[in-house]
Design a protein around this ligand. Sequence first.
Ligand SMILES: [Zn+2]
Length: 278
Amino acid sequence: MEYKQTGWKLDPDGRHITFTDGCGIGRVRLIGSRDLATRPIPAITRIRLIRRVDGYYAQFCIQAQRRVEHVPTGKQVGIDVGLKAFSTDSEGNTVENPCHYRKAEKRLKRLQRRLSHKQKKSKNRKKARQAVAYAHLKVQRQREDFARKQANALVTSHDLIAFEELQIRNMVRNRHLAKSIHDAGWGQFLLWVKYYAAMHTIPVIVVSPHYTSQECSTCGTLVKKTLSVRTHVCTACGVVLDRDHNAALNILQKALSTVGHTGCAASALVESLLSSRG
Ligand SMILES: [Zn+2]
């Protein structure tokens, strides 16, 4: 349910909200970490009521401009996302895949089984159903938390980030990979990277994924390899690199060749990024 600027009233202490539109919610206490009392009320443009298994949430949309002074690091990075590692950067650093779903899978299956054995419409069935929903919610939150933290760390420590356009839809069609891909949550990760990058006003450049894993990042020779080949061995220049590291280097090179090395191109990109966000 969504409210604009009418239909609700916030107590002066910021701890209670009363819904005045007669839908029967009335006055409720707010719990949570945000201090609403210090905000001028007109800044709240919208309130969204969201029901989750563990309670009701009131989402306050506040007009604010979040800008962070980015401390230049002089570092530009290309990121390759994969299944073996969650991500590999152009420096060769890898972030391990957290596999939140896989780790919770046993527990989820057990809860699901327990639910299926409960009698229909019984109180215990309702409880069991809530337990399943809560376990799913927990996985979802872990994944989100991970994506956010990774994204923030990445943005804070670089001045430019290059990504490959993800073709998740095509990849998910491969049924063996589907579960792992959903589990990895790269889409979410990329969104958070864009979010933090806009806050820090640093550019995120998305390049097309053509040949990024096949080309040699050192000499540009095409070295064909299937998904199972984990190492890039160049037949022309002899360079040996981890497959994903090679791809990350290509992604960064591609990104730099599209914007040029000049700072003004990068800042123009930031401007367009910011204006597209409204
Ligand atoms: Zn080569």
